[in-house]
Design a protein around this ligand. Structure first.
Ligand code: C5P
Length: 398
């Protein structure tokens, strides 16, 4: 529920602006107060009258509207809200935000605000994938802005791919996650999850059986406790949870980049099953069958992301948690791993086939800290996640 929460909704100019109308209804159904701001381009897609009627509030449109300044100055307008939500966030608005331009009401509010900001990007797939937009996105994330979507699918412009604005209910879920007051409110936590895919050639890759279920459950529990979660995920079976900032990667090298760009964070949980090796000199052409026999692959070692982050100086999160999936001598191996990687905690589990943990819904873990070890009874992966999130909240409160 969002009872009494005040949301400043900036509606950018794009075909997805029509979904902002439904978004206003959904937010208000949950008790939120919505103050809408419509950009000039936004007015080309939805009318100020329909926005104001649905929001039950005046629509703010112009920076130099003296009437508004007398009622409520733009600085004050930017500060009254609990959250500034930009939906749709166009490529243009994102670029303005990333460089700090303030040449209209929306961009001025975004620069002047000291409240949390969330964006729901929507644009053509090529614009989304353009290096400039991806650079701006990384900058915005680094500035602590949460991002919901975009989703992949058919687009109004006739193309297919990522760029569709997240559905109103997904945005509402993300807003709810962001605004719940919980023990982790105001904390930034990074979670890695899923497997990595290491290419052999453009069509083949090396992977592992991680489903991403445990990482997803941990990210969801942390977000439910109020944390601002960045979820860096390899190609997992399960979709990411709502209410977290999702960064999708394929390879270990990309995961390391994404992790480094998501810092600083108060805590980091490395639940991803990162491939230890990549194929050296992966081919950019499909390998063919030849008369000369089988191709031979040589391997190179991947970066150890957990170890790299654990060894960081100023940027090291206060709490670094690693996982150890072992099939033998779980306790001894995991304890040695904690030392070797330099992390604070290790969540160790026995993934021998008879446990059916890998890919299953349950997990049996031992938490290894500097103070010793705790054996947790076998439980659902969501219960493991809740317990771990609670322990993280305790540790960060110290
Ligand atoms: O060395 P091992 O793969 O068993 O260690 C598991 C832990 O290290 C997990 O937390 C995993 O996410 C992390 N890891 C990593 N980067 C790697 C390999 C493992 O972050 N290249």
């Amino acid at each position: 529920m969002l009872a009494g929460k005040h949301i400043l909704l900036i509606i950018g100019g794009g075909i997805a602006a029509f979904k902002a109308l439904d978004l206003i209804r959904r937010l208000r159904e949950r008790g939120a107060l919505v103050t809408p701001v419509l950009t000039r381009a936004g007015e080309e897609f939805v009318t100020p009258l329909s926005v104001s009627a649905l929001a039950g509030s005046k629509v703010y449109r112009d920076l130099f509207d003296l009437g508004d300044e007398a009622e409520m100055g733009h600085i004050q307008l930017s500060r009254v809200a609990d959250l500034v939500l930009v939906a749709p966030a166009t490529a243009d608005l994102m670029a303005k935000m990333a460089v700090g331009l303030a040449n209209d009401l929306a961009s001025t509010l975004l620069l002047a605000t000291d409240t949390p900001v969330m964006i729901a990007p929507a644009m053509n797939v090529r614009m989304w994938e353009h290096a400039a937009t991806q650079r701006n996105l990384a900058t915005l994330r680094q500035d602590g802005i949460s991002v919901v979507g975009p989703n992949e699918g058919d687009m109004a412009c006739g193309e297919y791919g990522p760029g569709r604005m997240a559905e109103p209910m997904e945005i509402v879920a993300a807003v709810e996650e962001r605004l719940v007051d919980g023990p982790l409110s105001g904390k930034r936590v990074l979670v890695t999850s899923g497997p990595t895919h290491e290419p052999i050639d453009p069509v083949r890759y090396i992977a592992n059986r991680s489903s991403g279920a445990q990482g997803k459950a941990i990210a969801a529990s942390l977000a439910a406790m109020g944390a601002q979660v960045t979820f860096v995920t390899g190609p997992a079976d399960t979709p990411p949870p709502a209410g977290v900032t999702v960064v999708r990667v394929q390879t270990a090298a990309q995961m390391l980049d994404a992790v480094t760009q998501s810092l600083p964070a108060d805590a980091a949980v490395f639940a991803a099953a990162v491939a230890d090796w990549r194929v050296e000199g992966a081919s950019d052409r499909k390998l063919k069958k030849t008369k000369d026999g089988l191709p031979s692959l040589s391997f190179a070692e991947n970066p150890d992301i957990l170890k790299t982050v654990s060894g960081m100086g100023a940027d090291r999160p206060k709490l670094v948690v690693g996982f150890a999936a072992e099939t033998d001598d779980v306790f001894a191996n995991a304890t040695a791993k904690r030392q070797r990687k330099g992390c604070d905690w290790i969540v160790a589990n026995d993934v021998s086939p008879e446990t059916e943990i890998m890919g299953g819904s349950e997990n049996a873990v031992t938490l290894i800290t500097a103070d010793g070890s705790e054996v947790w009874p076998r439980m659902d992966k969501t219960a493991v996640a809740r317990n771990l999130a609670a322990r993280i909240a305790d540790a960060l409160a110290q």
